[in-house]
Design a protein around this ligand. Structure first.
Ligand code: PAF
Length: 289
């Protein structure tokens, strides 16, 4: 397995792979790889001949420097994990290679970025699509696999790839969960053991929301209210938001909107963000499974 750190070397590698007729499946990551990433790598390997994993903690998408600074960076372990998983190349560019002096161009996402996570994280999605566009430019994949845990990110990247005629298939992979239901995330390692036990309230709040959505007179408010009750019962957790939204448009429902009258062909999901001290966890699930 090769480790490549320079964008032009990455392009040379990809062009060579393409010239021998091999398709490239791409898994963009910020490292601290876990079972969830391995599932994305497996999906890429099923779809394509060669798999490239990028590892880059992208400063453009962080709102807090402390979050950026404390983001885990176990690069040697990550490279070993990729090698054991049969990855063909790891692309781990330096910040200087990605954003050299004079770097000034940004990709601006559309309205999908103004909802849900958007208002609370100004510039976050612009940072995400800018780095993803750059990674796509270097790796030149046929398909790129993203986890559904960052559901809004997946929707925004899908729109970017279509709008900018990138010719890359964007694939959403289902959330991979710990045995107790907590969604796998690189941020989970930052939880203390007590916070980690408490964090089970996040998937449980989604269970409660899904049960509430089964009632005939369910509204968006009754569903998010059921989720909020579970979080409120956990003293170590602080709810930032829970919201019911349309999976295609990301349009959020108002509290008194009835779920039954929302239209039979709409797929609804609930998403939530919950803090444990300075660690922010997100999760989402379809309301009907
Ligand atoms: O989901 C992530 O890990 C990041 O947002 C991504 C897509 C690698 C861009 O930095």
């Amino acid at each position: 397995m090769l480790t490549i750190t320079d964008p032009s070397d990455m392009r040379v590698w990809s062009n060579r792979a393409a010239s021998t007729g091999r398709t490239i499946g791409f898994v963009p990551t910020m490292g601290a790889l876990h079972e969830g990433h391995l599932a994305l790598i497996a999906e890429a390997a099923e779809r394509c001949d060669a798999v490239v994993v990028s590892i880059f903690v992208n400063p453009l998408q962080f709102n807090e420097t402390t979050d950026f600074d404390s983001y885990p960076r176990p690069i040697d372990d990550d490279i070993a994990v990729c090698s054991a998983a049969g990855v063909s190349a790891v692309y781990a560019p330096t910040a200087r290679a990605m954003y050299p002096e004079g770097f000034q161009t940004r990709v601006v996402p559309g309205a999908l970025a103004d909802r849900m996570e958007g208002p609370g994280r100004p510039g976050h999605f612009e940072g995400v699509v800018t780095v993803v566009a750059k990674l796509f430019g270097a790796v030149r994949p046929d398909a790129a696999i993203f986890g559904q845990k960052d559901f809004q990110q997946l929707a925004i990247v899908t729109a970017m790839a279509a709008d900018l005629d990138m010719g890359i298939e964007i694939v959403g992979h289902p959330i991979v969960r710990e045995p107790d239901g907590l969604a796998m995330s690189s941020r989970n390692v930052r939880l203390t053991p007590t916070q980690r036990s408490a964090a089970v309230c996040v998937p449980r709040s989604l269970d409660a929301a899904i049960s509430a959505a089964g009632h005939v007179d369910a509204t968006a408010g009754s569903v998010t209210g059921a989720a909020a009750q579970v979080i409120a019962a956990e003293p170590l957790a602080r709810l930032e938001y829970s919201t019911v939204f349309d999976a295609d448009t990301l349009e959020e429902f108002n509290s008194d909107d009835s779920l039954r009258q929302s239209g039979a062909d709409r797929v609804l999901r609930i998403a939530t963000a919950v803090w444990f001290d300075d660690v922010r966890l997100i999760d989402n699930r379809p309301l009907a499974e």
